[in-house]
Ligand binder design. Structure first.
Ligand SMILES: Nc1ncnc2c1ncn2[C@@H]1O[C@H](COP(=O)(O)OP(=O)(O)OP(=O)(O)O)[C@@H](O)[C@H]1O
Length: 337
């Protein structure tokens, strides 16, 4: 179980370069400023849950994860991992936590994978028999056998990620925090890692918190999602709830026969005529219209557009989920307590 209670983190930033202006100006100008990276974030993730943690760049995801894993001390608030505060009882908390940073490896570059596990096992004071049993278990789950004797530097990124996942799980943590585990992987390696993560969650019962910029990771793996922006938690609930909250606007791409028709329709969309849909983009004769299909049907919108001229082509495309999520931010409902 992961409990974050009123977590905040501020960083003190040094203001610009010293300048050679007058002493009075330097006195008036603050030498440093405070950046509130995370503000009063609270959530509880129950044992065995698979939760996504998303938000735009600089939203405070890494800062939160670093506080959860005990690397950063919160300015205020408290973290508990399986009931243990990682800032007060770091070693104990570390036993229940595995962390994977997709951009960094915790494996030894020049060592074969199995030797890295030996070193990590010693770091976690694991008995040899327990380590061997666990490596076997992880090998069965993550299919490491084919490259267990290969130096890490010779592994493909997908293989390395599997090795890193095993390293994070070696000491049998009940909680796994993943920071961008699919970053840089090709489509098939992503599929592979996602299916392994699902197995880890389902077969080992591991509680997983996943940070990612890849919305397919979230859609395919997470039953619950936390959305953070500008340091504040804006949504905490099911993926379906997030979808319906955003309204998952659909986009219709409609191409008119002439430029004049497209321009006339575009002008109409900027005006009062279109209440449940709006023009998003005009590209020569093509207009991209954004709409809530709960309010207006596809055909209904096409009929309104056709009052400006015959359409050469019209098709519907779903707005990218990520783009839709970004829309949530400005007027997001406060997360549940
Ligand atoms: N050590 C630090 N000193 C000062 N400011 C920091 C520090 N670490 C993070 N910040 C600032 O805090 C804010 C949140 O950063 P954080 O790295 O947590 O965001 P993020 O959501 O993980 O972003 P990304 O998706 O780009 O990794 C940003 O404005 C960042 O510049």
């Amino acid at each position: 179980m992961i409990e974050a209670s009123h977590l905040s983190k501020s960083f003190r930033l040094r203001a610009g370069k010293k300048d050679s202006g007058s002493a009075i100006r330097n006195l008036l100008r603050p030498r440093s400023m405070i950046k509130e990276a995370v503000r009063d974030v609270s959530f509880t993730i129950g044992q065995g849950e698979f939760t996504g943690f998303i938000g735009p760049n600089g939203a405070g995801k890494s800062t939160t994860i670093k506080m959860l894993s005990g690397i950063l001390h919160p300015t205020s608030g408290e973290v508990r991992l399986s009931g243990i505060n990682p800032h007060r009882r770091r070693r104990e908390a570390a036993r229940s936590l595995g962390v994977l940073f997709g951009q960094r490896t915790q494996l030894w570059w020049d060592l074969p994978l199995k030797d890295s596990f030996e070193v990590l096992g010693a770091m976690y004071s694991m008995e040899e028999t327990r380590r061997i049993r666990r490596v076997q278990e992880l090998d069965d789950l993550l299919r490491l056998g084919e490259f267990m004797d290969t130096p890490v530097r010779k592994l493909s990124l997908g293989q390395r990620m599997r090795g890193d996942l095993a390293a994070a799980l070696l000491h049998e943590p009940s909680i796994l925090i993943l920071d961008e585990p699919t970053i840089g992987l090709d489509a098939s390696a992503k599929r592979d890692i996602r299916s392994l993560l699902r197995s880890v969650n389902e077969e080992l019962g591991t509680t997983i918190l996943l940070t990612t910029h890849d919305m397919d990771d979230i859609e395919q793996l997470c039953s619950r999602v936390l959305v953070i922006t500008e340091g504040t938690l804006h949504y905490d609930g099911s993926l379906d709830g997030l979808r319906s909250r955003i309204g998952m606007p659909a986009q219709i791409e409609a191409t008119f026969r002439t430029l004049e028709q497209a321009n006339a329709a575009w002008a109409h969309l900027q005006g009062a005529g279109a209440d449940s849909f709006g023009g998003k983009q005009l590209q020569e004769r093509t207009i991209i219209v954004e709409c809530s299909l709960e309010q207006r049907s596809f055909m209904n919108i096409l009929r309104e557009l056709e009052t400006f001229g015959e359409l050469e082509d019209a098709r519907m495309r779903e707005a990218a989920f990520e783009e839709a999520v970004h829309r949530l931010y400005p007027d997001a409902r406060p997360a549940k307590a």
